[in-house]
Structures are given as structure tokens and as C-alpha cells.
Ligand binder design. Structure first.
Ligand SMILES: C[S@@+](CC[C@H](N)C(=O)[O-])C[C@H]1O[C@@H](n2cnc3c(N)ncnc32)[C@H](O)[C@@H]1O
Length: 261
């Protein structure tokens, strides 16, 4: 593990107030926070979006299987804790490519006895490898609906990594009735200098995408209400008011349902 270079999982952990980060992560995190002071609001809102969506899918759509790619350093409640809070038999596969997340995977493997969790050390850029993984196959039945969770991860893939093809490959492997849960940092609403700084590669590879570019990931899916919105506004009626403005979050969120094979 190279601790001299900032890593997304550790930088995110720093913003969330966690302890699993190093000087390089904090420096990178502080540089982004200096240019975009709302970053901590953004990460907290992104995490809250994930929790609300998982609860809604378990409670209202009977989803019992979750594939969470780009899991991050465990931050309770994680997907399985939320899902199993509603449905103790929920089964969750976590995937991340960062060794520090692997090192903390035990915190993700605390399933209820009725359900199951698994951790797969793999890269989103190799979706075939993820889908073929024996631990994934032993944990979820791809013949039944799965919620694919790509929350705050696809913006780490520049266009050269072909992110649209990757998401399509994953969705193609899922049964009708499955869902794509996605959030993605955006340039929309950001000052151009900040967008340029983030896009410069100084903070690692990736691409902020605008609303239309985000929407392309969900093409062909039936969008759940309220469609593509700030993560802070997705079915947030029970959250504290006032909700943060879009430019305090700058993360699009949406949930789409796969209706046909
Ligand atoms: C910003 S964190 C998001 C964590 C969690 N999904 C959330 O929203 O709270 C991004 C995570 O994606 C992981 N990640 C980045 N690129 C990845 C890739 N190519 N394959 C798998 N995981 C990746 C990072 O290691 C990090 O843990």
C-alpha cells in the first residue's frame, strides 16, 4: 500500500471524519476542500443518499440482493446494515480495488445469520472478472433482481476507461427487475476554475460529468421518482430542512430499474 499518494477511499474517509487516512490523503483532501469548502457536506449527503436508496429498495421494491462496487472504507451503517435492518435475509457483495478497504473488510462481513455478505477485491474496470467471481456467485443469484450500487465511484473513471461500456456490461448481466443506483460528482454548478483543478489529474484520474453525461449511464432504464436530482434531494422528505443547495453538493444521483432482459 503506497501511503505517499492520495487514494480516493482514504481521502473520502478523511472528509467523513474517519481515522484511516494518511498525510497525502489529508493534503489532497484539504486542497479540494480549500477550493470547494462544501466537500464535507457533499460526502455526507452522498452517503445519506446511499442509505435512503437501499432502504427504499428493500422496503418498497423487495430487493434482497445488492452489489456495491466502490464500497469505500467501512462507515457504519454500510449497505448490509441498512438492507438487513429492513430485510434480515438481504445478501450483499462489496467490491473495491483499494488494499485499505480490503484490510477493513471484516467490518463488512458482519452479516445477519439469515443473510450474507461477501467482499471481492477487484477493479470496476474489469466487470467480467467481478461478475465471474466465485464469492459473488456464491452470495447473489444473478437470475434474480440485484441492486447494482455505483455510488461516488464512476467519476474516478476517465472516458478512456470506457465507463459507459463497463456499466452496460454489469447491467446486461442482471435480471429484469434489477436496479442501478448511481451517484456521480459533476461540474454543473461548480466554478470553472475548480472544475478545471479537479479535472487536471492533480487529485488522481477521473472525470466530473454533467447532467446529460450522467443521464447516459441510465439510458434504457425506468427512472424512479424523482429522477436525476442532487443526491441531497432524492426522497429526502424525512431529512432535516433546509436541504443543501445544488452547488453545496454537486453530486447527481438517480435510481433506474431494468425492465427488460
Ligand atoms: C468516494 S469513495 C465512495 C464510497 C462509497 N461508495 C460511498 O459512496 O460512500 C470511492 C471508492 O471507490 C473505490 N474505487 C475507485 N476506483 C475504483 C475502481 N476502479 N475499482 C473499484 N473500486 C474503485 C475507491 O477505492 C473508494 O473506496
Amino acid at each position: 500500500m503506497d501511503t505517499s499518494v492520495a487514494h480516493p477511499a482514504r481521502r473520502y474517509d478523511y472528509w467523513l471524519g474517519g481515522k484511516d487516512n494518511f498525510a497525502a490523503d489529508r493534503e489532497s483532501g484539504d486542497a479540494i476542500a480549500a477550493a470547494f469548502p462544501a466537500i464535507r457536506t457533499a460526502v455526507v449527503e452522498n452517503r445519506a443518499f446511499m442509505r435512503r436508496v437501499v432502504r427504499v429498495l428493500a422496503e418498497q421494491y423487495d430487493i434482497r440482493q445488492f452489489l456495491d462496487i466502490g464500497t469505500g472504507i467501512p462507515t457504519s451503517p454500510n449497505v448490509h446494515e441498512v438492507a438487513q435492518g429492513t430485510a434480515p435475509d438481504a445478501r450483499v457483495v462489496y467490491v473495491d480495488n483499494d488494499p485499505i478497504v480490503l484490510a477493513h473488510a471484516r467490518a463488512l462481513l458482519t452479516s445477519s445469520p439469515q443473510g450474507a455478505t461477501a467482499y471481492v477485491d477487484a477493479d470496476l474496470r474489469d466487470p467480467a472478472r467481478i461478475l465471474a467471481d466465485p464469492a459473488l456467485r456464491a452470495t447473489v443469484d444473478l437470475g434474480k433482481p440485484v441492486a447494482l450500487i455505483l455510488v461516488a465511484v464512476v467519476h474516478f473513471l476517465p472516458d478512456e476507461d470506457r465507463p459507459y461500456e463497463i456499466v452496460r456490461t454489469l447491467l446486461d448481466a442482471l435480471a429484469p427487475g434489477s436496479f442501478l443506483v448511481m451517484s456521480h460528482a459533476t461540474t454543473d454548478g461548480l466554478a470553472p476554475e475548480l472544475a478545471a483543478q479537479i479535472q487536471s489529474g492533480r487529485h488522481g484520474p477521473g472525470k466530473l460529468r454533467n447532467r446529460a453525461e450522467f443521464g447516459r449511464f441510465l439510458e434504457g432504464l425506468e427512472l424512479l421518482e424523482p429522477g436525476i436530482v442532487s443526491v441531497s434531494d432524492w426522497r429526502a422528505q424525512d431529512e432535516l430542512d433546509p436541504r443543501p443547495g445544488f452547488n453545496e453538493v454537486a453530486v447527481w444521483g438517480a435510481v433506474g430499474r431494468k425492465t427488460s432482459g
